[in-house]
Write a protein that binds this ligand. Structure first.
Ligand SMILES: O=C(O)CCC(=O)C(=O)O
Ligand SMILES: [Fe+2]
Length: 296
């Protein structure tokens, strides 16, 4: 079996997406400059210092998780709309939706002594099979160097094509080792899990997860980001938080696009949000209905 494909962040997009499509995962190095990485580390540290360990057989007992990062970190806000990340999401998620969204943001610090995590697919949280492609795609950004000793994410390249019941053999699981500032991109349908941390220090990674715009978000972004803060964010990020209507009519607020709540343009009319392609048929039906030409 070949190693995980690795590209620099300046590689052509098609090379990165081709590897991702083939393996269900790919590593992109040099995503963050040392300066940006330092800033991100500081922003997360402020909140991580008061974060308790998880308490669960899946999340672990020596692992700390910090969510709601759009509220907590200016750098996460920038990363969530990073052109390379959104180009990858455009390529795959727009095959199955008109607009996609932020599914969750989470810093994961695997502490010393944590055993390997159960190998799983993240898309299993959606109880259906999406035949037209991926329902979710995740980016794991290495805040520390990811090594085989400190709990680098373990991935099973190619498992995104497997039937859900097939379990990986030990020799099919690879450690996604990468220097800090790199990013592992992996499909929601890919089998993976956090590695065992046999080192003396923590392994911190930052997950930015994206999903189809007509699915429930794993992290409730409307609660995670106060309305006053959401109102100040770039429109692209507001939409990723979920302030949009997925046609037809999914996600309205008072008959309006919820983004109107953020820019103060909430109107009074009860609008409909339909796919453009159905408009001519609907208009014709209504015209005929008005002229009494339809059977009652
Ligand atoms: O921390 C990691 O490397 C992966 C964690 C993970 O896959 C999960 O919690 O769903
Ligand atoms: Fe996972």
């Amino acid at each position: 079996m070949h190693d995980i494909y690795r590209f620099s962040a300046t590689a052509p997009l098609h090379a990165i997406t081709a590897a991702l499509e083939h393996d269900g995962c790919v590593v992109v190095t040099d995503l963050l400059t040392p300066t940006l990485l330092g800033t991100l580390r500081e922003e997360l540290a402020v909140h991580l210092s008061g974060t308790a360990t998880c308490h669960g057989n899946f999340y672990g007992f020596a692992t700390r998780r910090l969510s709601g990062l759009i509220s907590k970190s200016q750098t996460c806000r920038q990363l969530a709309i990073h052109p390379l990340i959104t180009a990858v999401m455009d390529t795959f998620l727009l095959l199955s939706c008109r607009e996609y969204q932020l599914n969750l943001t989470q810093a994961i610090c695997i502490g010393p002594g944590e055993p390997q995590q159960y190998i799983h697919t993240d898309a299993a949280m959606f109880p259906f099979e999406n035949r037209s492609g991926e329902s979710m795609i995740n980016c794991m950004i290495a805040i520390d160097d990811f090594t085989s000793e400190n709990g680098a994410t373990r991935v099973v390249p190619g498992s995104h094509r497997w039937p859900p019941t097939r379990e990986a053999n030990a020799d099919e699981i690879l450690d996604a080792t990468m220097p800090a500032g790199s990013m592992l991109i992996y499909f929601g349908s890919l089998q993976h899990g956090g590695g065992a941390n046999r080192s003396a220090g923590e392994r911190t990674g930052l997950v930015l997860s994206y999903s189809l715009g007509w699915l429930r978000q794993a992290e409730n972004q409307y609660l995670a980001v106060p309305l006053e803060l959401a109102a100040q964010l770039p429109v692209r990020l507001q939409r990723l938080l979920g302030y949009f209507v997925h046609a037809p009519n999914l996600g309205c607020y008072e008959g309006q696009d919820p983004i109107a709540l953020l820019d103060g343009s909430l109107g009074r009319e009860f609008r409909e949000f339909l796919p453009q392609e159905v408009e001519p048929q609907l208009a014709e039906f209504r015209a005929q209905a008005l002229s009494g030409r339809h059977a009652r």
